[in-house]
Design a binder for this molecule. Structure first.
Ligand SMILES: Cc1cc2nc3c(=O)[nH]c(=O)nc-3n(C[C@H](O)[C@H](O)[C@H](O)COP(=O)(O)OP(=O)(O)OC[C@H]3O[C@@H](n4cnc5c(N)ncnc54)[C@H](O)[C@@H]3O)c2cc1C
Length: 451
């Protein structure tokens, strides 16, 4: 069984359906029949990009996903061509695209996945909130749950349990699994945390001109060590735009309309504020805090058989790097391949190690960059000497990647999780880091630069 019907839970259920007679997904929300936001995932109001590796993983798990995304009008932005990017005090060149992102709403993406996964005859959804684990130090064999409903005039809470050979915690970044494990006498896994205190405030807009800032499809003012605030404008499947303002601790964006615009005026470049002044809001402003990078080291712990964690319940990232859904899909692929390699036998430790490997690169990108941010806190926030040196090196690469097609291609592939991190240390990259810094573009480039 899986706890939670987000992308990680659904994709794990899909993988398990190949091996189990019965797969139960327990979800605290009543799942909607249409692609709309739901209360259990307040982050679905905020922009969600799907990185190339995530799309490949989804396509490998659920062939035809790309076609379906296109058929419902999910926008695809070629990078860097279609996304104006401002970082380190200047704009990046709009070089020919070497990768891309889907920018449709999270609700749409989840709904497409859900529709496909729930066609399995063996997969069923139980509405209820998991409250604990059944089992002991040797083995987990189910969950306790609370089901709510209205009977007559009163609201009822039934407490019941479900037995299972395997419980996968996919209950997201607020997972209570460490407490559930402690309650049955199991020492939970160690946790690494790096937290910049970044907060989001997001709102939907319509553009009378039908174009994003600077007439580009999308725009991203990227926060960084010298820039505590940021903004992201992305097209949605409905023809509108989702706009997220962000700021690290002490620079959090507000959630009321007037202050939202005032915050946008303070951004390091006026482009987004100018565009917002002509665009029409079509939703309230939604806030989100608690964006820490946090990973639970189940692969190094004495967690009993019968328990795994996948998705944000295992490892969650600062959302500015756009990695969470891609990592969840890659983790489901790792689960599938490990089960396949063992002919369906559950080798928990092997699976936990395979899952930990999936999260290694996105963690290095997200937590690694956040360690360089002033004011980052958490037990893993202090960079060691090697990480400080790597941070300096990567900043040099990043500045060159903004204007150099070859360096940019490798850099973007690593961020898209389609190339390993060590590609950044290949000789051409090392040589590029030694070259003088390219001149900054003070104004957004209006048209893609041809090679
Ligand atoms: C502001 C913001 C922006 C983001 N932007 C991006 C982005 O651009 N690209 C990207 O890839 N990722 C992004 N992410 C991350 C992405 O949303 C997560 O990585 C992704 O949702 C993880 O999926 P999940 O299935 O692990 O968890 P979730 O999507 O959180 O799903 C967990 C599910 O478990 C259910 N649940 C929780 N507790 C219980 C319980 N006790 N019993 C039963 N059900 C329970 C919840 O209702 C929910 O349905 C962003 C996150 C945030 C916060």
């Amino acid at each position: 069984m899986v706890v939670g019907a987000g992308p990680a839970g659904l994709l794990c259920a899909h993988v398990l359906a190949a091996y189990a007679d019965k797969v139960t997904v327990v979800e605290r929300d009543r799942l909607p029949q249409t692609p709309v936001s739901r209360p259990g995932v307040p982050h679905d109001r905020h922009p969600h990009v799907l990185l190339e590796a995530g799309l490949d993983a989804l396509e490998s798990l659920l062939p035809g996903t790309v076609r379906e995304l296109r058929s419902v009008g999910t926008p695809w932005l070629g990078l860097p061509t279609d996304l104006l990017q401002w970082q380190n005090g200047g704009w990046s060149s709009r070089l020919p695209a070497t990768t891309g992102i889907h920018t449709g709403s999270r609700a749409q993406l989840e709904w497409l996945i859900r529709r496909r996964v729930l066609t399995h005859a063996s997969v069923s959804v139980v509405e209820g909130e998991v409250t604990g684990l059944l089992g002991d130090k040797g083995r987990i064999n189910g969950v306790t749950l609370r089901r709510s409903g209205v009977r007559g005039a009163s609201r009822m809470h039934d407490v019941s349990h479900i037995e299972a050979d395997l419980v996968i915690d996919t209950s997201g970044r607020t997972s209570k699994a460490p407490g559930w494990l402690r309650a049955i006498g199991v020492e939970p896994a160690g946790e690494d945390v790096v937290d910049t205190g970044l907060a989001y405030a997001s709102r939907l807009y319509r553009s009378p001109q039908g174009r994003g800032p600077g007439s580009a499809p999308g725009c991203y003012l990227i926060p960084g060590p010298g820039q505590p605030t940021g903004a992201l404008v992305l097209p949605q499947e409905c023809g509108g735009y989702v706009v997220a303002l962000s700021g690290v601790r002490g620079h959090e964006p507000p959630v009321d309309h007037t202050a939202f615009l005032a915050f946008a005026r303070q951004l390091p470049h006026p482009l987004v504020h100018e565009w917002l002044s002509t665009a029409e809001p079509s939703s309230p402003v939604f806030g989100f805090r608690h964006t820490a990078n946090a990973r639970r080291r189940y692969e190094n712990s004495q967690v009993p058989a019968g328990f795994l964690a996948v998705g944000d319940a295992l490892c969650t990232f600062n959302p500015v790097y756009g990695q969470g859904v891609a990592a969840a899909a890659l983790a489901a692929v790792a689960l599938r391949d490990t089960l396949r390699g063992a002919e369906g036998r559950l080798d928990h430790q092997r699976i936990r190690r395979a899952l930990a490997r999936v999260y290694e690169q996105p963690w290095a990108i997200s937590a690694g960059a956040d360690k360089q941010m002033p004011g980052a806190v958490g037990n893993a926030a202090a960079p060691n000497a090697a990480e400080r040196f790597l941070g300096l090196y990567l900043r040099r690469i990043q500045r060159r990647a903004a204007h150099d097609p070859q360096i940019g291609r490798v850099f973007r592939s690593v961020l898209a999780l389609t190339k390993p991190l060590y590609s950044l240390l290949a000789p051409p990259m090392l040589l590029a880091a030694l070259r003088p810094e390219p001149a900054l573009l003070a104004e957004p480039p209006s048209a893609p630069r041809q090679p």
